[in-house]
Design a protein. Structure first.
Length: 286
């Protein structure tokens, strides 16, 4: 991968697709919201890359001592600090300008997202469990930006479920890092304060909360009216399959892959996600 492309970390852009959730769940109402939602996605990709550049600059000394992170462009010296700063600044300005063009609210959310991540890099990531909470809040901000862009109403249920899902994924990533720590590879400073048994219990509890909350959401009269069917609860089957599959990989097979990598490679989880989208899309748009 080209050093500049590697610096931007495009493999993480998949997370920014959360901005499309408000538009997707709006159903037939907002066909005109597609273009501004795509713009918000692009703006978040730019801001996320700028945040990654700032993080790499801040951690450059530590990354040079790490067996894997030392290959990052700044740590390896394949890109100068000055060039990285210029690129990060341009990306930030581009993201804010595009966000403001779409809707001032989108630019505001992007600003909060940037400040939250700067605080995370400088201090908050040192605190165990608070760090994954900050990450989960970042996903919620994606939803808020998507709602501002498409002018779609944002249900408290969607906000809550997204926060729990993001918390689950962040904790799952910490589990991978705990396993690596036990094998002698330190991936972050606070990882020694995470306990594997507690992380496993946390994943199970979050899975139960996610699934039960989703089923409850499906049975609310408002949701049944929006989807035009009481069979919307069947979509919970796909949610259960995805969660159980990940728990199998994490707790039984002790996978060392990050959640992002699992999503990109595991066919069962991909099938569950695709089935969920097709089923709900069929009810909303069929």
């Amino acid at each position: 991968m080209h050093p500049y492309l590697k610096l931007l970390r495009p493999e993480h852009y998949l997370k920014n697709s959360f901005v499309g959730a408000p538009l997707f769940f709006a159903g037939h109402e907002l066909g005109k919201g597609i273009a501004p939602t795509m713009g918000a996605f692009i703006a978040f990709c730019g801001m996320a890359s700028a945040v990654y550049i700032f993080n790499d600059y801040h951690d450059i000394a530590e990354d040079r001592l790490h067996p894997e992170k030392k290959k990052r462009p700044l740590a390896a010296g394949s890109i100068s600090v000055q060039s990285a700063w210029r690129l990060g600044g341009l990306l930030s300005l581009f993201a804010l300008a595009l966000g403001f063009y779409i809707h001032p609210g989108v630019a505001g959310v992007l600003g909060v997202y940037a400040l939250l991540n700067i605080a995370y890099t400088l201090q908050l990531k040192k605190w165990p469990y608070l760090d994954i909470t900050i990450i989960a809040l970042g996903f919620v901000l994606h939803l808020v930006a998507g709602s501002q862009a498409s002018q779609a109403n944002l249900s408290p249920w969607i906000l809550g479920e997204t926060f729990l899902l993001a918390l689950f994924l962040a904790l799952a990533k910490r589990r991978t890092e705990v396993l690596l720590y036990h094998r002698g590879l330190v991936t972050r400073k606070n990882i020694d304060r995470y306990r594997l048994k507690w992380v496993d219990c946390g994943l199970i509890v979050l899975s139960i909360l996610l699934l039960s909350g989703y089923i409850w959401y499906c049975f609310t009269p408002e949701v049944m009216r929006r989807y035009g069917s009481e069979w919307v609860v069947v979509s919970a089957v796909f949610v259960a399959i995805g969660l159980l599959r990940y728990l199998q990989l994490a707790l039984m097979k002790q996978t060392l892959k990050s959640p992002n990598s699992v999503l990109l490679h595991d066919r069962i989880i991909q099938g569950a996600l695709l089935g969920w989208i097709i089923f709900l899309g069929g009810l909303l748009y069929g």
